[in-house]
Design a protein around this ligand. Sequence first.
Ligand code: ADP
Ligand code: AMP
Length: 217
Amino acid sequence: MRIVLVGPPGAGKGTQATRLAEKLSIPHISTGDLFRANISRQTDLGKLAKSYMDAGNLVPDEVTIAMAKDRMEQPDAEAGFLLDGFPRNVSQAEALDELLETEGITLDAVLDLEAPEAEVVKRIAGRRVCRKDSSHVFHVTYSPPAKEGVCDVCGGELYQRDDDSEETVRTRLEVYHTQTEPIIDYYKAQGLVVTIGAMGPVDEVTGRALEALKQDQ
Ligand code: ADP
Ligand code: AMP
């Protein structure tokens, strides 16, 4: 399957993507995680991306699209993928459509995670991610690690993302509403959008997602 996950920052896209990717045997491709990996390796791309990310803005389309394309062209993504955080504006959605068309493939669904703003703010405020791999995500109260400050998955150090500060979160939510939300209408016109509520326990949300995608649980 080829799926795009969309929803405000903190809705639980990464959390759900990890579970859905495993269940559906497709790679989880998060442009945010790819940028953070570049930042830890101190690559030129990482240095460029960091200034935009720390301010809560989108990284320019040209580099983002090139990075996403490169990842989607890896052999493990041949049979499908779950895109998390890409596309994030209509230009990126158009670029993705062009890329898929060149390959002669199509998206199966765009899964839209809905959550009230007050909840996403709480989720972001308590989010802690692993320094070794930012797809290992915890929450200080909702899903704490067994040992404080240590990743359950790989033992890496847990930290609060620089862009999870209260001030940056306000910008990110605004960027979501003005630049990312329009892609929902773009994909509705293609009949691809399935919307689910992202409130409630993680497993329940995963169940709702699989049902919406018409996949056995
Ligand atoms: P996104 O990728 O959409 O920004 P994340 O998956 O990183 O969001 O989740 C944001 C925070 O909310 C994380 O700390 C995560 O542990 C927590 N979280 C995710 N889903 C739920 C849920 N259903 N209930 C409570 N907390 C959740
Ligand atoms: P995320 O991990 O999805 O919350 O993304 C963190 C940050 O990475 C965003 O606030 C952006 O600065 C940047 N980013 C991630 N994906 C994209 C994208 N598709 N386009 C532009 N910037 C992105």
